[in-house]
Ligand binder design. Structure first.
Ligand SMILES: O=C(CO)COP(=O)(O)O
Length: 214
């Protein structure tokens, strides 16, 4: 199981979370990565934790003010990127171009989607993984694996029908080790989560709980 902690724009200390994630990954042997804001990529990568970008632009080098190039994210230490997060939706053509950019920069990719139909479309673009995150459950107290187990199972089927090599993650409301185990039982091979760690008083304890059943 791969646990990716998306720090979004939460007012947490990215280094505290990164250090905790690095230590819990080492102690538990579970793959854990942290996706900070672009401006914090280098500092987070320097902790030694696996570091992901929250988004990369579809552009190449050129006159594109405000872009976060895949090349720049990789230079800063990122080894992967989320694309099309529910809070950073992209046009289909731009997802495709950002996947090309990520490939040029040797970044792993996870394309997010709202539902199984979109998961099938995202899988057709051949990212490394897709992630189903029902928007209405994001930031809530109830895990997608409890509130809507069918959406995870259907997402797994939808991706497999298109491309067996694309991994399926799920996210929204995941905050405990039981939530993670339940997601794995539904066929997910990774978890995206944010508030359960980024808003925790003790991020290390939150991460230890998340991996406790693995
Ligand atoms: O959007 C998410 C991860 O990318 C999920 O957020 P929460 O874990 O806060 O529900």
């Amino acid at each position: 199981m791969f646990i990716l902690v998306n720090l979004k724009a939460y007012p947490c200390d990215p280094i505290e979370v990164a250090t905790a994630a690095r230590d819990v990954a080492e102690e538990s042997d579970v793959r854990i990565a942290v996706a900070p804001q672009a401006a914090h990529l280098s500092a987070v990568a320097e902790t030694g934790v696996e570091t992901w970008a929250q988004h990369v632009s579809p552009n190449e080098h050129g006159s594109h003010t405000g872009s976060t190039l895949a090349e720049a994210a990789a230079d800063a230490g990122a080894t992967g990127t989320l694309l099309n997060h529910s809070e950073k939706r992209m046009k289909l053509a731009d997802i495709d171009a950002s996947l090309d950019a990520a490939e040029r920069a040797d970044l792993e990719t996870i394309v997010c989607a709202n539902n199984p139909t979109q998961i099938g479309a995202a899988a057709a673009l051949a990212p490394d993984a897709v992630a189903v995150e029902p928007p209405e459950l994001i930031g809530g107290d109830v895990s997608v694996s409890t509130a809507d187990p069918g959406i995870v199972e259907d997402a797994v089927d939808a991706a497999a029908a298109v491309d067996e090599n694309v991994d399926v993650f799920c996210g929204a409301g995941v905050s405990t080790g039981d939530d993670v185990v339940a997601a794995g039982d539904l066929g997910a091979t990774g978890i995206l989560l944010a508030s359960g760690v980024a808003k925790a008083d003790d991020p290390k304890a939150a991460l230890e709980d998340l991996v406790s059943g693995l």
